[in-house]
Design a protein. Structure first.
Length: 287
């Protein structure tokens, strides 16, 4: 977007997507986490300042005046990693536009992108590995949405569940094969999921092998027993049957789980303002 707007003025807009670089922040991340990131690269080593400087020098060289609108990934990141970064890059492009309205506060896209980065650093420091099945127990909020995207960007298989879901949450976690449970209450807490018998589900293993993020969304059970679906853009199939769960409401009352996620992704991908109501009733949404 910026490249198109500024191109007529002779201004190029490009970005660098560096691999992990040997900095104080990276040194604070568990070694196994960094090893997992490097293992997904074509060139399996840490990046250096010189690597980044070389690309920046290329972008600002007068001979590169015809190069614009490009995001250059260092280390040869996998296609799945690039595609997962697409939405985050798009959020940044909307910058100062209003993204979320919650409880009388309006957050911009720039604030949302910054919070996603903060939560991503938090997950790294806590050692949340790519490929983990993570239950996110929270209502829709600025922080929970940012944490959701941070988990997706971290290639987790996310199981979003509202705090008010009925039934035994531990049973839901067991049937969704959850490795970690993250709750947003007074701060963010991470706990291990319940013990389970048996190995990893085949679909989860496919996601891990491909380096993709995933979602486990539960149906409402309105036309039969509730069923969860494990999905990415390329893999979709049924997991063992759970007792049932729901995701919360995103600007529209009475949305079903898959529609809630669709509402969230479509609003933000279009640069629209998403309103988080205080209650799932028309008057609350209108207010």
């Amino acid at each position: 977007m910026a490249a198109r707007e500024l191109g007529s003025s002779g201004i190029t807009v490009n970005a660098v997507g560096p691999a992990p670089v040997d900095t104080d922040l990276v040194r604070s991340v568990p070694a196994e986490k960094i090893d997992a990131l490097i293992a997904r690269q074509a060139v399996r080593r840490l990046g250096t300042f010189a690597d980044v400087i070389h690309v920046v020098d290329f972008f600002i060289d007068p001979r590169s005046s015809f190069v614009t609108g490009q995001l250059l990934y260092l280390g040869g990141q996998a296609d799945g990693e690039k595609s997962m970064d697409w939405l985050i890059d798009r959020l940044r492009s909307f910058a100062g536009k209003s993204a979320l309205a919650e409880g009388g506060t309006i957050y911009t896209y720039a604030q949302l992108a910054a919070r996603i980065e903060e939560h991503g650093a938090f997950l790294a420091q806590k050692g949340v590995q790519p490929g983990r099945v993570v239950a996110l127990v929270a209502e829709y909020s600025f922080d929970s949405i940012a944490l959701f995207f941070a988990l997706v960007r971290n290639r987790a298989i996310v199981v979003p569940v509202t705090t008010g879901v009925g039934g035994d949450l531990e049973d839901h976690f067991s049937q969704a094969l959850v490795d970690d449970v993250i709750r947003i209450e007074d701060g963010i807490t991470i706990q291990p999921g319940p013990p389970r018998a048996g190995g990893t589900h085949a679909l989860v293993q496919q996601l891990r092998d491909a380096g993709h993020a995933g979602l486990v969304l539960f149906s409402s059970g309105s036309v039969g027993n509730p069923r969860p679906c494990c999905t990415t853009s390329t893999i979709c199939g049924s997991l063992p049957r759970p007792a049932g769960a729901r995701f919360g409401h995103a600007g529209v009352p009475d949305v079903r789980p898959h529609r809630g996620i669709n509402t969230l992704l479509n609003c933000l991908a279009m640069g629209a303002l998403m309103v988080i109501p205080t209650a799932a009733f028309p008057n609350a949404c209108a207010a």
